[in-house]
Design a binder for this molecule. Structure first.
Ligand code: GLU
Length: 506
């Protein structure tokens, strides 16, 4: 039998990383088994569902490379089928019309009356259901409905017994019927509710495996009852562990804001493959412990049976901009940036430089080789793609900022640099065939002549040329920036030092 799985988000906000992980696991499972990965937008909550949210879900999936098969199913389009199924269940005596008037439905004394009757019945061990309409004859129920009386439709949970299913992650599950309410299938305005819609759609879409968050485990018991009432085959279920905040509380959109939203990662410079790899490890681990996995490796190694039961923790530090998201996510992104083929990195950096207005047409042409070499040099210490346009700005523009700590550590601390750096520039101008090796030789020779440590000139040059205190090998930086820009920047320090002197700052 071909595997058919689905991702069924409700379009009521941005794509939560927990939902993105559900999408990923469904996708991996479908691709691994040669099955189908379907997308169903559960837009039945008309007040809260928006087109914008649907678009952001689709964009997010596209960013992660999770391409769905077949047409998107919009759940709201199936409402008639859901209603028909409810009517079929009434006719079969498996559901009933609840004619409790609307005003009374929320009335505390009426509710209490039902609860008391339920208790009385359960003491007798006969019927735990207190609703007086549960056992109305079908003829009378039909008559009252035909007369225009308003009603909701509820599933009639059998009097005694238990639901059973075996979750592929959490193992055998059971629940006593007495713990499950006669769930509402249709509201009195005819609007079908979640459990009915999901089950009918999953049957219609011939879903074989339902892979979704653990928060749906209690719904699954109700859904199993619905499958049974409908006489439909029950799919396999695999529930995924929750993703918790660092304090082990719920990771919520409301409380944790954009750190929970998938598009944040796109906008803050994550490599899609890196974030996909990271998401795959939220609640699952490959047997061999290797964590950096290509998409092919993920597809081969993924297994529902190895999903963890305990919750995954999303490890970020609130209010710390440097650790704004999970440390491992950042580490993994850095690993991808550092090790991915430059050819794959190029288009990602291009988009970043474009957005920062640092892209030049020549990079697509004569400058392509220089660009590839530059990226390869500077990527070693970067965590996100944003770093290329921020920390790496000096490679793409003469208009860059100086890091305060770099200036005080590498420039202000030794007033001799005011003369030494322009003098170094003069030496570099004399070098024939300017490259990393010749620049290094010239710098070391000059340091010896001037009787200063090479490190003083190297650190001073780094800050003058890039604005930073750390970075790649300085001699490589000279070569990448080229003689002209190197020399100009070493000299540009003169007015700058003067200004510092005037302020009495050196
Ligand atoms: N629409 C539901 C949600 O977003 C998921 C339903 C399901 O996967 O069964 O939580």
């Amino acid at each position: 039998m071909t595997t058919r799985v689905r991702f069924a988000p409700s379009p009521t906000g941005y794509l939560h990383i927990g939902a993105a992980r559900s999408a990923l696991f469904n996708w991996l499972y479908a691709r691994q088994t040669g099955g189908k990965f379907l997308l169903r937008i559960e837009d039945t909550d008309l007040q809260r569902s928006t087109d914008e949210s649907t678009r952001s879900i689709i964009d997010g999936m596209q960013w992660l490379g999770l391409v769905h098969d077949d047409e998107i199913v919009f759940q709201s389009a199936n409402a008639d089928k859901h209603r028909a199924a409810a009517n079929q269940l009434i006719a079969a005596g498996k559901a009933y019309r609840d004619f409790t008037p609307k005003a009374e439905r929320n009335d505390a004394t009426v509710k209490q009356g039902i609860a008391e009757r339920a208790r009385a019945h359960s003491n007798e061990g006969v019927d735990q259901r207190g609703n007086p309409f549960r056992d109305l004859s079908l003829a009378e129920s039909d008559q009252r409905a035909a007369a225009g009386e308003a009603f909701a439709v509820r599933l009639k949970i059998p009097r005694a017994g238990k639901t059973h299913f075996t979750d592929l992650v959490y193992g055998p599950q059971e629940r006593d019927y007495s713990e499950i309410e006669d769930l509402v299938l249709l509201r009195s305005d005819g609007h079908p509710l979640y459990n009915l819609s999901v089950v009918i759609d999953d049957i219609e879409m011939a879903i074989t495996h339902v892979i979704r968050g653990q928060d749906h485990l209690t719904n699954t018991h109700k859904q199993v009852l619905l499958y049974e009432a409908l006489g439909a085959p029950i799919p396999q279920f695999a529930h995924l562990p929750l993703i918790l905040a660092p304090n082990k509380g719920k990771l919520s959109k409301r409380k944790h804001g954009e750190v929970v939203s998938l598009t944040t990662y796109r906008d803050r410079g994550f490599v899609p493959a890196a974030f996909r790899n990271f998401l795959a490890l939220l609640g699952w681990a490959p047997a061999e412990g290797k964590e950096i996995l290509s998409v092919d490796e993920l597809m081969q190694q993924f297994s529902l049976e190895h999903i963890h039961r305990s919750p995954a923790v999303f490890n970020f530090q609130e209010n710390d901009p440097r650790h704004w998201t999970d440390e491992k996510a950042l580490w993994m992104n850095a690993e991808y940036i550092r090790t991915m083929p430059v050819a794959d990195l190029l288009p990602l950096v291009k988009a970043e430089l474009r957005a920062a207005k640092l892209w030049r047409e020549e990079y697509d042409d004569d400058g392509r080789e220089w660009l590839a070499k530059t990226l390869d040099l500077i990527r070693q210490r970067f965590f996100t793609l944003k770093d290329f346009s921020e920390q790496g700005r000096a490679y793409f523009s003469d208009d860059f900022d100086f890091e305060e700590t770099a200036v005080s550590k590498n420039l202000r601390k030794d007033p001799r640099l005011k003369e030494l750096l322009p003098a170094l520039a003069a030496e570099l101008e004399k070098v024939t065939d300017f490259n990393a090796a010749t620049a290094e030789a010239a710098l070391r020779k000059f340091a010896e002549q001037a009787d200063v440590k090479a490190g003083l000139l190297i650190n001073g040059s780094r800050t003058m040329l890039t604005g930073q205190a750390v970075g790649p090998s300085m001699f490589e930086v000279f070569e990448i920036l080229g003689r002209q820009r190197s020399v100009e920047r070493l000299r540009s320090g003169v007015p700058w030092f003067d200004a510092l002197n005037a302020l009495g700052d050196v």
